[in-house]
Design a protein around this ligand. Structure first.
Ligand code: LLP
Length: 463
């Protein structure tokens, strides 16, 4: 539906000449299932409910701002990924998207593995009982102490990211008298952007070892020669929030080519390849993500085809979705504080959180949707910018969206699809207290990460 097609016409929209806003939905009260978690619905009074609990009750018990995570949706997404890839492949949830002890337990119960990229994530994983052999350890500059801990714990794989690290991990493993299973992260020369991919000869970024000019082949040579390492495969991660499978296909093809070269040079067929994460989710109704089974089929088809033509045994595939599992499972609930109509421009709606609980809009120009959730409204759509309470004009949560024109202070509004990279990237800017993450399931809600308190802030301040 185009903007002009709306009967009343959105307030202010006519005077805007640029911007990314979409047309207002025909019915602002409708909840697009693409962007909301699976158990979200409106009750008879029009209030949004998740896991059978209304947002009013949730706000009363946990306060705002807060992230509400739909546990059964999270578990269902884990199962969908595991089922799509089947027993012949491994799904590693990327903990950087959001990690807590409860999440680790869910992953364990649903049969997923876990990708961690810091000592803190490793500690959380081990503390919550994830078996070490189901953990992959990532990072472009793991410290010696982190590598020591990973090796001691017996993590299933360390993904090597540089020539220095090949030697570092080998020495540490030898010192511990073990052969550490490792993969080498290669840069395949595919630069992925949000909705597209651009093939480049060289990637100008800090991760991995380039396939181009034989760097990756040299890394393999070195790793195969070190007693402390058991090289099990090659890893490639091309980017994030990607919808187009073409970039993954190019990446898979290049990784298989490398396996063929390794076979030719060393007589060794490496048993595994990891194609990373990066699958996109719907933040707004305009995004069209792929389902896990489509992704699994596309990847396994291309790997099988390439291996057949290179006469290689098909390696075991692993993937590392983070956002695609947790992103759609949570929304952030805010209370509206002030509403400022700027005549001829737009209406600024200020909420009780902001860039400290969602930095993605400021950092990546990310687009989000928003809805009035404490009630329904038949008022005409009003073009708004949802902003936070921080001392910064870039403190924007939702850049352009439509909310009902009768929006008032005290109303609850929610931003869907904030499960990934929101709490995990939250900050204490302006000494904001980072919000809780509340898991909701079957009529029960419990904080899995509690809200920070001012005592927490002061306890770090030891001067
Ligand atoms: N595997 C590796 C090696 C990665 O580096 C990443 C993400 C993933 C898996 C998971 O990617 P996902 O499926 O979640 O897209 N803060 C940014 C995203 C940074 C992702 C970094 N690496 C954001 O908010 O969009």
């Amino acid at each position: 539906m185009s903007r002009s097609a709306h009967p009343a016409g959105p307030r202010h929209a006519d005077v805007l000449t640029e911007g990314h806003y979409s047309a207002p939905a025909a019915d602002l009260n409708a909840l697009d299932a693409k962007v909301w978690s699976r158990t979200v619905t409106r009750d008879a009074d029009g209030a949004l409910t998740v896991g059978g609990i209304t947002v009013a009750r949730l706000a009363e018990e946990f306060g705002t701002p807060a992230y509400f995570l739909d546990e059964s949706d999270f578990r269902a997404r884990c199962r969908a990924w595991a089922d799509a890839f089947g027993p012949g492949a491994d799904v590693f949830y990327a903990g950087k998207a959001f990690l807590s002890r409860a999440v680790v337990r869910w992953l364990k119960e649903e049969g997923l593995n876990l990708d961690v990229c810091s000592g803190g994530e490793l500690t959380t994983a081990l503390d919550a009982g994830m078996p070490a052999e189901r953990i992959a350890f990532h990072g472009n500059n793991k410290t010696v102490a982190e590598i020591e801990r990973a090796v001691e714990a017996g993590v299933g794989r360390i993904v090597l990211d540089s020539f220095q690290e090949i030697v570092r991990v080998a020495h540490i493993a030898q010192r511990h008298g073990v052969r550490q299973r490792v993969q080498i992260r290669v840069t395949v020369g595919v630069e992925a952007h949000t909705h597209e991919f651009i093939a480049t000869a060289h990637e100008d970024q800090k991760f991995g070892i380039a396939l181009a000019d034989g760097q990756a082949a040299e890394a393999v040579r070195r790793a195969l020669n070190l007693d402390g390492l058991e090289l099990i495969g090659v890893h490639s991660h091309i980017g994030s929030q990607i919808f187009d499978m073409a970039g993954f296909e190019v990446s898979a093809r290049r990784v298989v080519q490398l396996l063929a070269e390794i076979r030719d040079e060393h007589g060794v067929e490496l048993p595994e390849i990891d194609l990373g994460g990066g699958l996109g989710i719907a933040y707004t109704s305009e995004d069209d993500p792929r389902e896990p089974h489509e992704i699994a089929k596309a990847l396994s088809d291309i790997v099988t085809r390439e291996c057949e033509s290179a006469k290689l045994r098909t390696p075991r595939i692993s993937v590392e979705p983070g956002r695609a599992i947790v992103g759609p499972t949570a929304f952030t609930l805010y209370e509206v504080g002030t509403i400022k109509p700027l005549e001829g421009l737009r209406t600024y709606v200020s909420v009780d959180g902001g860039m400290s609980d969602n930095i993605r809009t400021a950092l990546y120009d990310a687009e989000y949707s928003v809805a009035l959730v404490s009630r329904t409204s038949d008022a005409e759509p009003m073009l708004v910018r949802v902003v936070g309470k921080h001392c910064e004009s870039g403190d924007i949560v939702v850049k352009d969206a439509f909310l009902p024109a009768d929006l008032a202070p005290g109303d609850l509004i929610a931003v869907p699809a904030t499960g990934a990279y929101c709490r995990s990237m939250a900050s204490n800017y302006n000494h904001a207290l980072r919000p809780p993450v509340v898991a909701v399931r079957d009529g029960e809600a419990r904080a899995i990460v509690r809200r920070e308190t001012e005592e927490d802030l002061l306890s770090l301040d030891v001067g």
